[in-house]
Design a protein around this ligand. Structure first.
Ligand SMILES: [Zn+2]
Length: 208
């Protein structure tokens, strides 16, 4: 049996389309699960206060495609009863929920998942923890207690470290996103040059 010529052409075209897709960089996708305790805050407000400055910063050093996707009312994820739980446990419970939710999807190191909550964690006296992430992995938790907290934790998921964070001067002394301590200093709303390079490399090597 001979294969009609038309089929051959179709197969060739199909192949070239797939080859083109395979060579294109996969988007960095940040899925933000908005905890039910933030039901009174609109997506637009959360985006403006916590993610717009981060996207602006990412655009300064990478042209990698980025998507931020807000998700609400996700059972076993946005309703985690985290009050009083240590941050490490909240992150574990959230990560289990994400594994369960994504178990039928292909795994990618550029599919990130962030649980956004109203309250901070591990509170004792004046100290608190605004977020926690698995370094170079896909899950993190962040409170809205600090405007830079989601960017700090997203940075860790992309390989940024406390050690490479800096103090800078922008009129006042400011801290770059992954500076380890929450202090009265202002936020620079950017990563340090070293962390920018680390994040750019991470995206380059993990998005094929
Ligand atoms: Zn940190």
């Amino acid at each position: 049996m001979t294969i009609p010529r038309l089929s051959t052409i179709s197969l060739a075209l199909l192949f070239s389309v797939q080859a083109l897709n395979a060579s294109a960089a996969r988007s960095l996708t940040v899925n933000v699960y908005i905890h039910d305790d933030l039901a009174d805050m609109q997506d637009a407000q959360l985006h403006n206060d916590y993610f717009e400055h981060w996207l602006k910063e990412m655009r300064r050093f990478t042209d990698h495609p980025i998507e931020v996707i807000f998700q609400r009312n996700v059972p076993l994820i946005t309703d985690i009863a985290y009050a009083g739980m240590p941050s490490s446990q909240i992150l574990e419970v959230f990560t289990d929920g994400i594994h369960e939710k994504t178990r039928h999807s292909p795994f990618s190191f550029v599919d990130k998942h962030l649980l956004l909550t109203r309250d901070s964690y591990d509170r004792s006296g004046w100290n608190y923890n605004a977020g926690l992430a698995y370094t170079k992995q896909n899950t993190a938790i962040s409170s809205i207690a600090a405007y830079g907290a989601p960017a700090h934790e997203i940075g860790h998921m992309l390989g940024a470290t406390h050690e490479d964070a800096e103090l800078k001067f922008n009129g006042w002394v400011c801290e770059t996103y992954t500076h380890p301590r929450v202090t009265a200093r202002s936020n620079c709303y950017r990563y340090s040059d070293k962390n920018r390079a680390t994040i750019a490399d991470y995206l380059k090597y993990n998005s094929k």
